[in-house]
Design a protein around this ligand. Structure first.
Ligand SMILES: C[S@@+](CC[C@H](N)C(=O)[O-])C[C@H]1O[C@@H](n2cnc3c(N)ncnc32)[C@H](O)[C@@H]1O
Length: 198
């Protein structure tokens, strides 16, 4: 397995090898956010890549979004692609490591970040998510649903495996097959909502 550090991800972006990038926001995540009335929720999108979800949330009226990515290129791409959104101040951009980020949030959105981490980082991912969610806050998003192998990223997994990480820390509100995945990911994603105790 390559070392999945800042240089690895930076090189992938600079060499045009960001095959995970869908070019637009994930439908399932946007559908979920459409039913949220409170537009000033503090929202984090870790491993945001080019930030399509953040741009869509801003356009929907959300005012307090933070995106963080360990690589500089996607952060620069977001700036270049969304000059008018930046003027509104609805998105804060951070180039940095999710695991050392300590600000707290009402909602964290997972979109192909978990699957990009070495599988050994899954327990620390669950613990850090728990740490930076406010009491009663939620982590929601998509997880891949195919067998975990050494061939990644992306690294797969199963509902049973994911429950082991999350059940001790969160109330699992939803963890089930995603019904509105994009075509290439149909049948290969789980939609989940986890809640930290209030
Ligand atoms: C597979 S990409 C997904 C990007 C984006 N979520 C999307 O769907 O297009 C994984 C992203 O996580 C970022 N990343 C990896 N490790 C990270 C870390 N420890 N902290 C913050 N970002 C990280 C990478 O730079 C990359 O942009």
């Amino acid at each position: 397995m390559p070392t999945l550090d800042k240089d690895y991800w930076e090189t992938r972006y600079q060499q045009g090898e960001a095959q995970w990038d869908m070019g637009s926001a994930s439908t399932a995540l946007i559908h979920y956010c459409q039913q949220l009335d409170k537009k000033d929720l503090a929202i984090l999108i870790p491993g945001c890549g080019n930030g399509h979800e953040a741009a869509a949330l801003c356009a929907m009226g959300f005012t307090n979004i933070t995106i963080i990515d360990i690589a500089q290129s996607p952060i620069d791409n977001f700036k270049a692609n969304n000059p008018s959104l930046l003027e509104t101040g609805c998105v804060k951009l951070i180039c940095g490591n999710f695991f050392t980020h300590t600000q707290t949030y009402d909602l964290i959105i997972e979109q192909t970040f978990f699957c990009a981490l070495p599988p050994s980082m899954r327990p620390p991912y669950a613990a850090h998510m728990h740490q930076i969610l406010k009491p009663g806050a939620k982590l929601m998003g998509l997880l891949f649903n195919f067998p975990l192998t050494e061939a990644g990223p992306p690294f797969g997994g199963s509902e049973e495996e994911y429950r082991q990480y999350f059940e001790p820390l969160f109330a699992i509100k939803q963890l089930e097959k995603c019904y509105n995945s994009i075509k290439p990911r149909e049948g290969r994603e789980l939609f989940f909502i986890l809640q930290k105790a209030a």
